[in-house]
Write a protein that binds this ligand. Structure first.
Ligand SMILES: Cc1ncc(COP(=O)(O)O)c(C=O)c1O
Length: 470
């Protein structure tokens, strides 16, 4: 018999049959008792719970009447597939073990999410082979904890790659691996010290903002001008730490020119306790102009904390990120923070190391640069062809998303809702502003990394209709 964890309260004013009926109803609604499962026979359940068969019979009758179960002659009582209007959303049952089915409004033909990547180009065969090879190479040690900073060989490869492709100058010892940007932001905040005054770009990456805020730090938003972070505001803020995305400002998409980079570095160099956090989340994908070295690579004074991720360049689910700590902060890390164990699986780290060592990483990146360049070109030419001067494209120098300003008098909310009607998912930019409610010019974020060129074209044609563009 299925496990019945109900304890009936004999003293309760609520009749026993009602308690039993409510129990089954909740279990069915939450998916803990699944469609097609047979309920215990009246005799067995009455014995199990120490109640009369009549009590069970009445509870089952109620479930039958409300459509939760079906009675099959000479077989028993079975749970029916329940309609969404029978699913309650009260707190009591918000612990489903079963996924709630997608509503029609969730279904979409084209999803311009900026979190998606070109999975159709992910080298599954190599990755699978290297994962298996990793498992067999050193069977026993992989099941024990690894180095707290991350596997040495992988950090070595990362340091080499960063120097060659991003101009980052660091030793293997300065690289610390961790699972996710937000985790590393939290970790960094502890290393730096929560008493420091922090600042970040506004608009900026909302997940970083929340990670800082959840650490309880004083976080000052600094607005942007055409070149990136507004230096006057940064000076006026008295901040000691600032977070920037110079290779591809998130979400506005501008690339910080060298002059502004040097101004930022000058700011950091003026006080001992000032540091810049450089989030280089998709700096690998640059489509226009000459590559500009990372801030870290331009910095002679050890004032930049470089933050990198494999989420865009490889796969987001692998959760391998890293920070490159300047020497002063590395000393602080070594004093206390080596107590924190590594958060990324050794198996994934080892697989990634093999992947890099065998040259697949470099080949993959080169291939992806071409794939994303083509996707971005398709997006831009489709927008230009179909939407003309009724829109402005923003931030198309690099990265896996662009912004679109749409001149049809619709608000951001309306633009998203109309697109949804045509089963196209587009994304807001207001959420990236510290004050998301104020009257910003509506801008829509379109990610293209996970869409093929024909899906992009289909999406833009649907958006043209949805937004009544001629
Ligand atoms: C600014 C910024 N940083 C980092 C990331 C990646 O975060 P993670 O590495 O935790 O997946 C993103 C992803 O969209 C981003 O927009």
């Amino acid at each position: 018999m299925m496990e019945i964890t109900l304890v009936l309260e004999n003293e309760s004013k609520e009749p026993l049959y009602l308690q039993l009926y409510k129990y089954f109803k909740q279990e069915i609604q939450s998916g803990r008792i699944e469609t097609g499962v047979m309920l215990p026979s009246k005799r067995k359940l009455s014995l199990h719970l120490g109640v009369s068969q009549n009590t069970v019979e009445t509870a089952y009758q109620q479930l039958l009447a409300e459509g939760y179960v079906d009675s099959r002659p000479r077989k028993g009582i079975f749970v029916k597939e329940i309609h969404s209007d029978l699913i309650l959303t009260s707190n009591e049952i918000l612990t489903p073990t079963k996924r709630i089915p997608k509503r029609d409004s969730d279904i979409c033909l084209v999803d311009f999410s900026h979190g998606k990547i070109a999975l159709d180009h992910f080298p599954f065969t190599h990755w699978r082979r290297l994962t298996i090879q990793s498992l067999f190479e050193d069977e026993s040690s992989f099941f024990l904890n690894g180095e707290y900073q991350g596997e040495y060989h992988l950090r070595e490869e990362i340091a080499r790659y960063l120097y060659q492709s991003r101009g980052v100058r660091c030793s293997t010892e300065q690289v610390i691996i961790g699972a996710g940007t937000q985790y590393l932001i939290g970790f960094l905040t502890m290393i730096i010290g929560r008493e420091a005054i922090f600042s970040m770009e506004d608009p900026g990456y909302h997940r970083t903002r929340e990670a800082f805020k959840d650490q309880g730090v004083n976080l000052i938003p600094i607005s942007l001008d055409d070149e990136g972070m507004n230096m006057k505001q940064l000076y006026a803020s008295n901040a000691q730490i600032t977070y920037v995305t110079p290779s591809h400002q998130f979400p506005m998409g501008m690339v910080m020119p060298i002059t502004r980079r040097l101004e930022l570095l000058k700011w950091a160099g003026e006080e001992e306790n000032r540091f810049i956090i450089e989030d280089d989340y998709d700096g690998e994908f640059r489509y226009k102009g000459k590559p500009i070295p990372s801030l870290q690579g331009l910095d002679p004074n050890g004032k930049v904390i470089y933050l990198g991720t494999f989420s865009k360049s490889l796969i987001p689910s692998i959760r391998i990120n890293y920070i490159v700590l300047p020497k002063i902060l590395l000393a602080k890390y070594n004093e206390h923070f080596t107590l924190y164990k590594q958060t990324v699986s050794r198996l994934h780290q080892h697989t990634l190391w093999l992947f890099m060592r065998e040259g697949h990483w470099e080949r993959h990146l080169n291939k992806m640069r071409t794939v994303y360049r083509k996707r971005q070109q398709s997006l831009i030419s489709s927008i230009k062809k179909n939407m003309g001067d009724q829109v402005t494209i923003i931030g198309d120098d690099s990265g896996l998303h662009i912004l679109l300003r749409v001149y049809n008098a619709m608000s951001e909310k309306e633009l998203i809702a109309k697109a949804q009607k045509y089963q196209v998912k587009v994304y807001p930019t207001s959420v990236y502003f510290e004050d998301s409610c104020s009257n910003h010019v509506p801008m829509i974020l379109l990610g293209f990394g996970g869409l093929t060129e024909s899906e992009i074209d289909q999406g833009i044609l649907l958006l043209k209709k949805a937004w009544n563009l001629s």
